[in-house]
Design a protein around this ligand. Sequence first.
Ligand code: GUN
Ligand code: FE
Length: 448
Amino acid sequence: MTIAQAFYGTFVHAPTTKQLVFLKNTVLVLDRHGKIVSITPDQSLEQAQAAFRALENSKTTVLNDNQFFVPGYIDTHIHAPQYAYCGIGHDMPLLKWLNTLTFPQEAMFQDHHYARQVYTKAVARSLRNGTTAACWFATIHLEATKELVKAIQEQGQRAYIGKVNMNQNSPDILIETTAASIADTRAFIEYVQAVNRTMDPDSTSVSPPLIQPIITPRFALSCTSDLMIQLGKLSEEFKIPIQSHLCENLEEIDLTLSQFPNSTTYTGVYADHGLLKERTIMAHCVHMKDEEFKLMKDAGASISHCAGSNFNIKSGMADVRKMLDLDIKVGLGTDVAGGYSPSILDAIRTSRICSIARNPTQSLLIPELFYLATLGGAKVMGLGETIGSFEVGKDFDAVLVNTAVKNSPLDSFGRDTVQTKFEKYLFVGDDRNHERIFIQGREARLPE
Ligand code: GUN
Ligand code: FE
C-alpha cells in the first residue's frame, strides 16, 4: 500500500492539443492510493513547507530548478518479443520483414525461459524511457505471454497485454488451430484476472487494475473469418479492448482485400468481423480511404501512430493532421521492432518529421506532439479520466526529469528558463534525464 506523498516544483502537461501548461512552484499531493488529491500552483517554498508539515506521515520531495515532472508517456503499440532484434532488418518492407525476420524470431518464444529474459529487458527499457503505460503484443504462446505479465507486474508498469492470434498464412513454426487460439486466449484472460485478484484489494477498489488483457489478432491476413468473429465475441464477453494492425503497407492492403473479397475496404474487414469498437486500437493507418476514417470515427476506435516504424520498414507517412481534424483518438506507438527505438521521446521527434514531410504548412506543433505522447495516448487506452495529465482525481503516473544529471545530453550555461529546459529535453534529452518513474504514485522497480 502506498503512503501519502507530496511534491513541490514544476509540473508540465498538455491538457489539450493546443496548450502546454507549466504549473510552477506547485504543491501536488497524493493519497495513499497514488491519486492526486490537490494541485496548488504559485506557492512560495515557505508555503510549501507549511503545507508539508500539515500532512502527517507523508513523504515529501522538493524539486530543484533543473527538475520537473511530466506525465508518464503512453506507448500505444509495442511488440515485446521484437525487442530481441531491435535495429536490424530495416532494408525489408513489411511482408518480407515479417516472413524472413519476425516470424522465425517470434517462434523462439515457445521457450518461456527465453521469453522471460527478453521480456524483463524489454519492459525495463520501455520504463526507463519514461513509458508508464503501454499496449504490448506478445506472441501466440500462452506460457511466454504469462512471463510478460510477470515481468511487467514486477517492474510496476501499467499495461494492456495481448496473446497474439494467428491461424492462417503463417509458417508452421508460428501458427495455431482456431480452437487452440480461442482456448489459449480465454485461458490468458482468466490468468490475468486471477493475478489481479491477488493484488492489494484496497487499491484495485479505487482504480482499474494496472494490468489488463487485450484481444490481439495479429492482423487480418493471419486470422480466418471464423477466428476474428470469435475474438470479437470474447472482447464482448469480457469487456476488454482489441488491438491490431491496419493499412500499414500497400502490398499488405492488396493481399488483405483479395483474401477477404466480401469486404470493401481493409478497415471494413475488421468492422465486418465485429472487431471495430470503441475499445479498438489500430496501429499505423498509413494508407486510409476517407470511408475508412469514417468507419473508425463512427466506431469510436483509436489509432496508434508509429512514425518510426513507418519510416524504417518503408511503409509510408500517416496523416495525423487529418486524424486530429476528424477528431479520431490518436496516440503514439514505438512499434518495436519495426521501430528501432523504444522511446516515446523519439516517437515525438519522428512524428514531427513525418508531419513536416507530409505537409510543412500543417505540421504537428510541440503542444500537439506532447499531447499525443501523453493524454492522447491515455484516451486511446480508454484511460483519459485516469492518466495522461496532472488533474485532481487522476492517478499519479509521472516521470521526474532532471536536465542536469551526470552525462546528461543537455547543457544550460545558466541562461535557460524552465520552458527552454523542457523544450531542450523534448528534442535532445533521453532516458539519462529520467531520474525517477512513478506509476499510481509508486516508484517503478527497474532491474540492474
Ligand atoms: N503487421 C502484422 N504483424 C506486424 C508486426 O509485427 N509489426 C508491424 N509493424 N506490422 C505488422
Ligand atoms: Fe506492430
